[in-house]
Ligand binder design. Sequence first.
Ligand SMILES: C[S@@+](CC[C@H](N)C(=O)[O-])C[C@H]1O[C@@H](n2cnc3c(N)ncnc32)[C@H](O)[C@@H]1O
Length: 244
Amino acid sequence: MTDRRKDRIYAENLDKVDDFVFDRRVAEVFPDMIKRSVPGYSTVIAMTGVLAGEYVQNNSRIYDLGCSLGASSFAVLEGIKARECELLAIDNSEEMLKQAQSNLALQTTETRVKLICEDVINTQINNASLVILNFTLQFIDLEQRLELLKKIHTGLRPGGILILSEKIAFADPVAQALQIEMHHAFKRANGYNDLEISQKRSALEKVLIPETLEQHYRRLKQAGFARADLWFQCFNFVSLVARK
Ligand SMILES: C[S@@+](CC[C@H](N)C(=O)[O-])C[C@H]1O[C@@H](n2cnc3c(N)ncnc32)[C@H](O)[C@@H]1O
């Protein structure tokens, strides 16, 4: 019997590879897909909880932008214990949110979380002590990224932070080729074959636009952040903490 939750989406040879979308098929296998595709994903999620424990202020809001099935939100809840705050978990994919809702329903006692289906470009951000963009900014139109970061900066309280995790690109073509090679080796080690890797790559080509670390630092500064520090890197995947 095949495991329904195992990602086999690109295992068959496709005549035409459509652009990647967060639809029902992806929602069903997402935990397996992201764990086998993003090196260090579990560490980034676990440390999101640790950082929440450090920076979330009482009577403030937490925004998990592009929350998918809620992994970062659940880590935050672990990290903040009984602290009084509101956690807004936002995604524009109804299918992803449906799964997030059923995961949340299993935690019947949690009343601090609100799941919202909307484009993060339209999300109002205020009274925030923590904003999370874990592997989401890379899917936002390039022209809208600065506007989104400015809005996040404005909505943060003094002492608040943004966690920004992304797939990155490298300006040096040799570094770029080597990092992609290592990332593909990671995927192969996790059971994806060359056909799956290559079809997924085509599907994401126009949808996931990675930028260099320098571009991220520059934009965060332009958006008003006092500083941004790299706290995690594994191959071409990084996480930064940006401070108001
Ligand atoms: C790679 S997943 C994020 C993973 C998730 N943060 C986690 O740590 O498990 C990207 C998510 O961003 C959502 N997304 C992409 N663009 C969005 C937008 N403009 N507004 C809201 N959500 C968006 C997608 O639906 C998807 O669920």
